[in-house]
Design a binder for this molecule. Sequence first.
Ligand SMILES: Cc1ncc(COP(=O)(O)O)c(C=O)c1O
Length: 386
Amino acid sequence: MERIYFDNAATTPLDPLVLNAMMPYFTNSFGNASSLHRFGTESKVVLEKCRQQIANYLNASGDEFVFTSSGTESNNMAIKGVAFANRERGNHIITSAIEHDCVLSTCKWLETQGFYITYLSVDSDGVIDIEQLSKCINPKTILVSIMHGNNEIGTLQNLEQMGAICREKGVYFHSDACQSFGKVSVDVQLMNLDLLTINSHKIYGPKGVGGLFIKKGIKITPWLHGGSQEFGIRSSTENIAGIVGFAKAVELCMTNFSKEIDVLTRQRDKLINGILLNVKNAYLNGHPTQRIPNNINICIRGLEGEAIRLLLILDELGIAVSAGSACSSNDKSNNASHVLRAIGLNPFEARGSIRISLGRFNNDEEIDYFINAFEQSILKLNPIFS
Ligand SMILES: Cc1ncc(COP(=O)(O)O)c(C=O)c1O
């Protein structure tokens, strides 16, 4: 058996069709989209075509979509940009306790700049109480930023209802859809979104490319000043090869959407059921059904705090999974996952979760192999589980 990659929530492999689409932009078509000669104008045409194509899939218009370098940058741009541009309206922002670190760290930094942040709690499945959100909005509130699908436990929030409340109360609504986009329908009109973050490397596109939908008329303070690219909101020479790859990746997701989601959901449920049936004391974190189709997050009672050892045993067997989220592996303090803490796990339990995230290039054979290998790895870690 070749190596098995079950860490698609951290990043996905590049789809060969995406690579093919990108190749000409590394070689002959290298023009700067701001240049006035033909090399430049050809790049500009491609840039605008990609922008329009991605915007269409979001049900937005082309001039409402800005390319960035990542999901992290888009989230920073949305939250800091709206905060500073709307300071005279208020200084209160609402987010949740389970956001990605790039949202939480941005909010923490804004606290040092005179903003006041509410971090909404979640229930034991990771779901935000919409009533609670509504009650927290006050006359000083300028922005609500709530992620769509959680990167660790996969739980999906009801953006449609949240967006309707924000619209009714006159508050901007932003969502980080890096994990859900391409796997769950995202429609900025239907969901009443004012800002939406997506990125390329979670959907079989290249790393280092992201985007932000900004509804027409919304004021944003720019963070990168320079040549006024991207409608003056984000100066920097555009990464045309990356953008072409991003647009191709989006197109592939959307063309095969229903079929791919059906397969992922079936494989995900097969894996969850296989583990829960075969592995003593295993339990699932996150909502049982209202979750991203490729996410599985498992803890095992009695093996708390052992996630890293389990990950390394699996790695020796050629299987790549994650202990918590990829980003938290950079956290040198070895803190327990803030997401698992938020759904009620104690710090010890919250250091014991394994995230298995499936993707386009996985198959049923790998799932069967994994269930067996997982069981064996746990026995190796602690024979008591036999
Ligand atoms: C939910 C979520 N938001 C934001 C990001 C950051 O995206 P990027 O890696 O493109 O900076 C990630 C990536 O792990 C993510 O899962």
